[in-house]
Write a protein that binds this ligand. Structure first.
Ligand SMILES: Nc1ncnc2c1ncn2[C@@H]1O[C@H](COP(=O)(O)OP(=O)(O)OP(=O)(O)O)[C@@H](O)[C@H]1O
Length: 343
């Protein structure tokens, strides 16, 4: 992001300490472009939800600042920040109609019934749910519930919508449908979305900007393409999947599983640069491709051995020269396919 472009959210040295020891969020710096879809991603315990709660005002910062459109909101109450939160599986009140769910926060603010219902109706119309305003959540499909939850979050007119694992409780089929819908709403509304997920696939599908966190710090910020193709660290390469971390004389490099070529042992060029000998320990048929699992030669393979290296071969490449478990092969990669991994 251009350093001078307006940021919807800017986080400066943000830190959260719950107890002694390493902070849950450790002095992070981040700028999230206005009108973008940002995914905070990382393994369990990395600090992504804490970061979101700090931005929402559901946690107080131990140190650092949070700016929303250049306004310092670090110490403001949640309701005065200009953010709204959408929770896991939408968290609608089961006993309230769609309309009352959407109007709820205005009721809490003491807004009169006619006014809050008119505003809620307006928003339900906007998300194509006006005709179902009287239904209870259990009478709505997952997609319809998501739209009600979105309307409920939008009623406070937030500048930034915060989404905490909104899709994680849904079955896989619905999750894919719902994420496409979230993406469409974000573009249509032109709002900034910050979405926490532990799913690499979800973040890749949704994000303009991915923020990969680990142990309370940011490992990498970039577009899905940048993060996937140029992982900045060994952690990111391993966490994103689809990569091998290979020791070379120049240090560790990351190489995508589909960027490794396999040569049968009788075609191997001994000690050539950008090559490695390996023993095939698994062959998995996956439909459009075949996944080979490999170990360093000489490793004794047991049922619990996990592959050190994975290679994805297209079905046709594998059909032209099938490989078998126990075969020793040479792996080869183009120098430009290998990315140095500093740590
Ligand atoms: N209220 C709390 N009190 C004490 N420690 C906490 C609290 N909330 C979170 N933590 C700790 O802070 C760290 C970061 O937690 P956080 O919930 O932000 O991680 P996360 O990446 O969102 O994980 P998950 O995907 O499991 O929700 C963890 O070590 C967690 O145990």
């Amino acid at each position: 992001m251009n350093a001078t472009a307006p940021a919807a959210i800017e986080v400066i040295g943000l830190t959260k300490r719950y107890a002694q020891g390493k902070p849950a969020v450790d002095s992070i710096h981040l700028r999230i472009a206005s009108g973008s879809y940002c995914c905070l991603l990382g393994p369990s315990g990395c600090g992504k939800s804490t970061t979101l709660r700090l931005i929402a005002g559901h946690e107080s910062a131990s140190d650092g600042d949070i700016l929303l459109e250049n306004r310092n909101i670090t110490d403001l109450p949640a309701a005065e920040r200009g953010t709204a939160m959408m929770f896991q599986s939408f968290a609608l009140f089961p006993h309230l109609s769609a309309l009352d769910n959407v109007a709820f926060s205005l009721k809490m603010k003491g807004v009169g019934k006619a006014e809050r219902h008119a505003k809620a109706k307006d928003l339900l119309e906007r998300v194509a749910m006006g005709h179902l305003a009287d239904r209870k959540p259990t009478e709505l499909s997952g997609g319809q519930q998501q739209r009600v939850a979105l309307a409920r979050a939008l009623i406070t007119q937030p500048r930034v919508l915060l989404l905490d694992e909104p899709l994680s409780a849904l079955d896989p089929f619905l999750r894919i449908q719902m994420r496409a819908e979230l993406r469409r709403w974000q573009k249509e509304l032109g709002l900034t979305f910050i979405h926490v997920t532990h799913s690499q696939e979800e973040a890749m599908a949704l994000a303009d900007t991915m923020v990969v966190m680990n142990h309370g710090v940011i490992e990498q910020v970039g577009s899905p393409h940048e993060v996937y193709n140029r992982p900045a660290s060994e952690f990111v390469a391993r966490f994103m999947g689809g990569h091998n971390v290979i020791e070379t004389p120049e240090g560790k490099v990351g190489v995508r599983t589909d960027h490794l070529q396999v040569l049968p042992a009788d075609q191997a060029v001994p000690d050539a640069p950008h090559t490695k000998m390996a023993l095939i320990t698994d062959v998995e048929y996956q439909g459009t491709y075949v996944l080979l699992g490999l170990q360093n030669p000489g490793t004794s393979v047991t049922a619990s051995t996990t592959a050190e290296i994975s290679v994805m071969l297209s079905e046709s490449t594998f059909a032209a020269r099938p490989y078998a478990v126990g075969e020793t092969v040479q792996l080869r990669w183009a120098p430009e396919a290998a990315h140095p991994l500093p740590h």
